[in-house]
Design a protein around this ligand. Structure first.
Ligand SMILES: [Zn+2]
Length: 220
């Protein structure tokens, strides 16, 4: 049996999540693809270390959403970041990401010529997590593309509800939220997606954190 069909077989097993994002675990989680046509993981090393596992329903939503974005917005590129271990549980330095339902996405950006670009991530800036955007969503020559970020969130929400679940909460820097809500899909987001109202334990300016809302078993 080839490696790919082994992966496909593993994916057929339904994931079972337990507990909560801050105190939980998961069985039969799936690893997100390292990259696709319009997206990539933020760090190959993190991927090989197994830091990008999710509930397989979440994986389907994420991959289907990127696929849809590639069709509708073929010139835009995206980057996802940390998700969780194959078995979930404590995932340092994150406080959540414990049951396969938490996913970090790096903000989509435009470069100085206005083209969709990937954030420059590497060891020097903790693979992007140390990047600081100003209140206008600018860092160096990069500008957060709030329009495409809003498209991404709307599509993730729609793909999730089509699968029978939802998005529980999105964490994004409150000082940048007005710029996100001032987009074509801003009112849709305001109506359907719960955003954090206070600053989280780390500033979520270079990434947005999503907790998906899938019913989990009790942990103990
Ligand atoms: Zn996170």
């Amino acid at each position: 049996m080839c490696f790919n069909s082994l992966i496909a077989q593993a994916d057929l097993k339904q994931s079972i999540c337990y507990g909560h994002t801050h105190d939980g675990m998961i069985k039969n989680a799936s690893q997100l693809p390292k990259e696709g046509k319009n997206y990539t993981v933020f760090s190959s090393l993190a991927w090989y270390l197994g830091r990008t596992y999710v509930h397989n329903e979440v994986k389907k939503v994420i991959v289907d959403t990127f696929h849809q974005l590639a069709t509708e917005f073929p010139h835009h590129v995206f980057m996802y970041a940390e998700t969780g271990w194959a078995n979930g549980k404590q995932f340092k330095p994150h406080k959540t990401h414990q049951n396969g339902l938490s996913v970090d996405f790096m903000v989509p950006v435009k470069n100085s010529t206005g083209e969709s670009s990937l954030l420059p991530v590497g060891l020097n800036n903790k693979w992007g997590y140390d990047i600081e955007f100003n209140v206008n969503g600018q860092y160096d020559s990069y500008q957060i593309d709030f329009e495409i970020m809003a498209e991404h969130l709307k599509l993730l929400y729609e793909m999730s509800t089509a699968q029978g679940f939802s998005i529980k909460r999105v964490y994004f820097d409150p000082s940048l939220q007005p710029l996100l809500l001032n987009t074509t899909h801003g009112s849709f987001i305001e109506k359907n997606i719960k955003l954090n109202t206070h600053q989280a334990w780390v500033r979520h300016d270079e990434h947005y954190h999503i907790d998906f809302d899938i019913k989990c078993e009790n942990l103990r």
